[in-house]
Write a protein that binds this ligand. Structure first.
Ligand SMILES: *Cc1c(COP(=O)(O)O)cnc(C)c1O
Length: 387
């Protein structure tokens, strides 16, 4: 049986896959089982920050694998300690909790916000305000936090305590916050799965006002926008926003599963001894890989991200077949005249891998993609867009 046939026979059919079996790669170049190569503009959904088979990342994880792959959190290990220290130093946050994925990071943030409110405001302030159009994960709580009705079917009963504000209706967030039963506002500064839509400065202002007035924690879900993706280390750094809790995952591990929740001084005691945990949390190999990624997200890399972003935006804005370009840094959405699926399929055929988000074509290339690769890919994309 081929890879595709075996997969379809034995793996649950929860994904709509492209008819390609990838076997190897180097940076932004990926190779399938027939030897055909592709320029990757998806990074395994914003995960492969430095592309495939990145030498520095490989040496970090293999060295750690040769020493100690796993220990559990019953003991101390160095990679997790160093990664937490670097995350705090680079963001000004105070404490970190490690898990294994974005959804788990958001679960942790939700638990922390509720416990913080219980201890600071008393009972009855458990509501999390999330935003319409958001995506926060696939567990029951994070599905419920996801502000899209399509996710709220078939798996009920859903957990209580989630309400949804429309970021495009001024005052809607305030209306919910005023009800005095909330503990936090949870948001993505650029809604990724929701269509690569940045929040407006006016809405961020409203977030800051209600957070102050009603003592709400601000939770920034940086699972997709984090780790250099938007041209800043974390997406919120593009805005006048100062979250109390930051969740991240995807690109942090550079290809291995890791999630992190960052707490500022105010709520660094929200989860105390015995209140939360994860067997694989701070796994030494994942943390060693993440350290090798995070260390390299410096001003030089971030200005490269901005330069590449400008190149793509300039090439595509006003191009034939393009209605609009949205997003920040190397997290871009293209609204197209032809159905996005047709463009993505056409590009795949010609060796360029793309993603979709709602009705848009979505680009999340490795941050290290070369200008030459980008030029080739954008040329093909423009030809497909203009058909
Ligand atoms: C992908 C994503 C998640 C879920 O992350 P998993 O690692 O798949 O659990 C949560 N929030 C946002 C914004 C995401 O893009």
């Amino acid at each position: 049986m081929s890879i595709i046939e075996t997969t379809d026979s034995y793996i649950l059919h929860t994904y709509k896959r492209f008819p390609v079996a990838l076997v190897s790669g180097r940076g932004a170049e990926l190779v399938d089982d027939s030897g055909k190569s592709y320029i990757d503009l998806g990074s395994g959904i914003a995960v492969n920050t430095f592309g495939a088979a990145d030498p520095e990342w490989i040496s970090a994880i293999t060295e750690q694998a040769g020493k100690l792959a796993h220990s559990s959190n019953l003991y101390y290990t160095e990679p997790g300690a160093e990664l937490a220290k670097l995350l705090c130093e680079k963001t000004g946050m105070s404490k970190v909790f490690f898990g294994n994925s974005g959804a788990e990071a958001n679960e942790c943030a939700i638990k922390a916000a509720r416990r913080y409110a219980l201890h600071t405001k008393g009972e009855g302030h458990h509501n999390i305000i999330s935003l319409k159009g958001s995506f926060h994960g696939r567990t029951l709580a994070t599905l419920t936090a996801t502000g899209q009705d399509g996710f709220h079917t078939e798996f009920g009963p859903f957990p209580e305590g989630f309400v949804y504000a429309d970021p495009h209706t001024p005052g809607d967030l305030t209306r919910l916050a005023m009800q005095d039963n909330c503990c936090a506002v949870m948001l993505e500064v650029v809604q990724g799965e929701g269509g690569v839509n940045p929040l407006s400065d006016e809405f961020i202002k409203e977030v800051n006002e209600v957070a102050e007035k009603y003592s709400l924690l601000v939770i920034a879900d940086e699972v997709q926008t984090g780790n250099g993706r938007t041209g800043k280390l974390y997406g919120y750094m593009n805005f006048d926003l100062h979250p109390d809790i930051v969740t991240t995952a995807k690109g942090l591990g550079g290809g291995l599963p890791i999630g992190a929740v960052l707490f500022n001084e105010r709520c660094s005691e929200a989860l105390s001894y015995g209140t939360h945990g994860s067997t694989f949390g701070a796994n030494p190999i994942c943390c060693a890989g993440a350290l090798s990624v995070l260390k390299r997200i410096d001003d030089k890399l971030l200005s490269e991200v901005c330069r590449k972003s400008e190149y793509i935006v300039n090439e595509l804005t006003g191009a034939k077949g393009v209605v609009s370009v949205s997003g920040l840094g190397l997290m871009l959405g293209i609204e197209t005249t032809r159905p996005a699926g047709e463009i993505i399929a056409g590009c795949l055929e010609r060796g360029v891998l793309l993603l979709s988000a709602k009705n848009k074509v979505r680009l999340l290339p490795p941050l290290s993609i070369t200008m030459e690769q980008l030029e080739t890919a954008v040329k093909i994309l423009k030809e497909e867009l203009s058909k």
